[in-house]
Design a protein around this ligand. Structure first.
Ligand SMILES: [Fe+2]
Length: 266
């Protein structure tokens, strides 16, 4: 990871693979010591959950493997952190965590129901725009959802656990697909969230085997309450398809005119 971390800012959050037994104690000692996070900035006393701000985004990293009960320090910290978000300064409110709350893959099915039941209403109350997770080795995107039902004010959930691993892909899905699941595919890939302005962002997912110009999945994320068009209905529309095509042509021409500078590795 050094070559990537040397040129791209990383923000990490613990997963199940970072948990280890050191001197008979189960914990995240290596993770806590090796990674630096803005935990102090966000008044968290641990790297297991923290938040940071960049451009117009307030990003909350939640700990799936720290106590998340209503009486926990993490819950109290989350309430406090959400309450101090200034949406006029950081209109986008994004959450990241290791294991997904919404997952229709057979792998890790229902694992985070306890955490979802405890914290989902809090994220909903504060109008979280999107939640990103990994853990399941496949790609899945939801419609806006809250408590299992489509809800225009709920977040979009994106499982981007398809970065590659030694265990292979998670190929088996629950059938039929739940209503909230908009796109699911067991392929290796990566995604980019382009925040365009205070209300509009574009999420694009790429499969590894495709060329850079090929987008496997793409949506416009319009902040809840900022559009007359129900967000849940925008996704597969013709309008979205043509806008996406124009955007790809524009990005292609932009790359021709001004190719990205090559990166030098030490
Ligand atoms: Fe995991």
């Amino acid at each position: 990871m050094q070559s990537s971390a040397a040129r791209i800012p990383w923000q990490v959050i613990e997963g199940n693979h970072e948990e280890e037994v050191v001197e008979g104690k189960l914990g995240f000692l290596a993770y806590e010591k090796r990674f630096h996070t803005p935990s102090t900035f966000s008044e968290s006393n641990t790297n297991l959950y923290y938040s940071y701000e960049v451009a117009g985004l307030h990003v909350i990293m939640l700990g799936c493997y720290a106590d998340y009960s209503r009486k926990s320090q993490q819950y109290a910290w989350l309430e406090k952190d959400l309450a101090k978000v200034d949406r006029s300064r950081t209109p986008w409110l994004i959450v990241g965590m290791h294991a997904p709350w919404y997952n229709s893959n057979v792998a890790h099915q229902g694992e985070m129901e306890g955490m979802r039941n405890t914290m989902e209403s809090l994220l909903f109350e504060y109008g979280v725009d999107a939640v990103f997770a990994g853990h399941v080795h496949a790609y899945e995107r939801s419609l806006r959802v809250y408590k299992g039902q489509l809800n225009e004010l709920g977040p979009v959930y994106i499982n981007i656990g398809d970065g590659g691993n030694r265990e292979g892909l998670s190929n088996e899905y629950i059938k039929p697909s739940p209503r909230w699941s908009a796109f699911r595919e067991p392929s290796y890939g990566m995604g980019v969230l382009n925040v365009m302005n205070t209300t509009h962002a574009v999420w694009q997912w790429h499969r590894n085997q495709d060329g850079i110009m090929v987008i496997g999945d793409e949506i416009d994320i319009i902040r809840a309450g900022q559009s007359q068009i129900p967000v849940a209905e925008i996704m597969p529309s013709c309008k979205g398809y043509f806008l996406g095509a124009f955007r790809r042509i524009y990005m292609f021409l932009q790359r021709l005119v001004q190719p990205p500078a090559p990166h030098k590795f030490a």
